[in-house]
Design a protein around this ligand. Structure first.
Ligand SMILES: Cc1cc2nc3c(=O)[nH]c(=O)nc-3n(C[C@H](O)[C@H](O)[C@H](O)COP(=O)(O)OP(=O)(O)OC[C@H]3O[C@@H](n4cnc5c(N)ncnc54)[C@H](O)[C@@H]3O)c2cc1C
Length: 383
């Protein structure tokens, strides 16, 4: 159990830092473990570090909910869950040893399991924050039944520190699936997307998918089945037969899904200095795409709804990729930049560039002025 005096002192220090920033009208860049500093638009503002506010506050395995301070190491959360055979089912990437609970929530990123269980936002039940006036506010609850309706805590995932300082969050957890199997086959992108969409519409325990290959040729499709023992046992031969797949050993499978989540596979690590790793978020059932300037090792996750491509980092390429994603109703992000790519380039598709998101700009403006009238969190990490 965390030390409440130390916690109170940490909150007071945060409040002082926020009030002083509000007074001087200088934004603060919130930082947890600093493992995702490269994600989003860069800035040079002074840091507010959350690691002094650390610890699991409450874990009720029988209620499937954990409440922890933002500065708690993510690995500490996952270790506590592992003891009770539970998991963060959307598999948030760590991108480094020091990843914190709050940083993972603020980044809002999810790993391979996201396609079957939902994103981080779906799992946040409640949050305690300090706003730009230093007010200590709590939203939502700690129990699953308290999730109906619109909830401010749901704004924290993906907010990248631009709305308020997240102090604590309660997150829904799930039991680890009773059984899992990983299958792999060689198949073209087009065929992989077709079969994944067919499978996704059937009552199969399809938990994750990843296709890696040359956009115009064959690649390797890896799929994970997870769920009840009987479901995985009956689906494994059925699905393998349809794509002529082999079963991957449990150790190799675990390693593969971890490496995919952490982007340690060579398809990610081979990013050239002049390249950018682009992330395309696309609606379900979007077919294979021809990406301008992209090279080998296109990575498709989430049955094609999340795609990673390496292509030149210049503005013209990003514009073309954004246009392509938008033509299918999706959006694109400059996720990681090669060392020679201008770090000042805007990393996201602007809301104004997305037809269906235009109305959100006004809502976002109002939210930001309510939470943060002095612009303490206006670091522009998000547009
Ligand atoms: C305060 C705040 C401000 C933000 N401002 C911006 C901004 O200006 N520009 C920006 O790009 N992002 C912005 N974001 C992030 C944006 O909200 C997320 O990118 C959005 O929630 C979509 O989530 P996702 O695609 O990252 O992942 P998820 O929410 O996990 O979405 C998963 C999947 O849903 C589908 N999907 C999601 N979005 C779309 C879409 N637009 N079209 C089609 N399918 C989709 C795709 O299949 C996608 O892969 C902001 C977030 C917050 C909290």
């Amino acid at each position: 159990m965390a030390n409440s005096n130390a916690h109170q002192a940490a909150i007071e220090a945060f409040r002082e830092q926020i009030l002083s920033a509000a007074k001087s009208k200088t934004p603060l860049s919130i930082e947890g473990g600093g493992t995702k500093f490269w994600y989003g638009n860069p800035n040079q503002y002074a840091k507010l570090n959350t690691r002094t506010y650390s610890g699991i506050l409450e874990y009720q395995p029988e209620e499937l909910v954990i409440t922890a301070c933002a500065g708690t190491p993510l690995k500490e959360i996952e270790a506590a869950l592992k003891e009770k055979n539970q998991v963060l089912a959307f598999e948030p990437p760590h991108f480094g040893d020091q990843a914190t609970f709050g940083g993972a929530i603020a980044a809002g990123l999810a790993g391979p399991g996201r396609i079957s269980v939902g994103n981080f936002r779906d799992f946040v039940l409640g949050a305690r924050i300090l706003d730009g006036k230093g007010q200590d506010l709590s939203f939502g609850g700690k129990v699953m039944k308290n999730v109906a309706g619109y909830d401010v805590s749901r704004l924290m995932p993906g907010s990248m520190g631009t709305l308020s300082l997240l102090l604590e969050a309660s997150v829904k957890v799930l039991p680890k699936p009773a059984a899992a199997a990983t299958l792999r086959c060689r198949i073209s992108q087009e065929k992989a997307l077709k079969i994944l969409n067919e499978w996704a519409g059937q009552p199969l325990p399809l938990s994750a998918s990843c296709w890696i290959g040359n956009a115009d040729g064959d690649g390797k499709l890896t799929i994970r089945l997870a769920g009840a023992v009987a479901a995985v046992k009956s689906a494994t031969p059925l699905m393998s037969a349809q794509v002529n797949a082999q079963i991957v050993s449990p150790d190799e499978a675990e390693d593969f899904w971890n490496q995919l989540r952490e982007q340690n596979l060579s398809a990610f690590t081979s990013l050239g200095n002049d390249q950018t790793l682009y992330r395309l978020a696309l609606p379900a059932a979007c077919g294979s795409l021809s990406i301008p300037g992209s090279e080998n090792d296109v990575v498709l996750e989430w049955h094609g709804q999340q795609r990673w491509i390496k292509a030149p980092g210049d503005q013209a390429t990003f514009d073309a990729i954004k246009k392509l994603a938008s033509s299918y109703g999706g959006h694109a992000t400059r996720f990681k930049q090669g060392s020679n790519v201008n770090p000042a380039f805007e990393r996201f598709t602007l809301l104004s560039e997305q037809t269906h998101s235009k109305a959100l700009e006004a809502v976002q403006g109002r939210l930001r002025s309510a939470f943060d009238p002095a612009g303490v969190f206006a670091t522009k990490r998000l547009p």
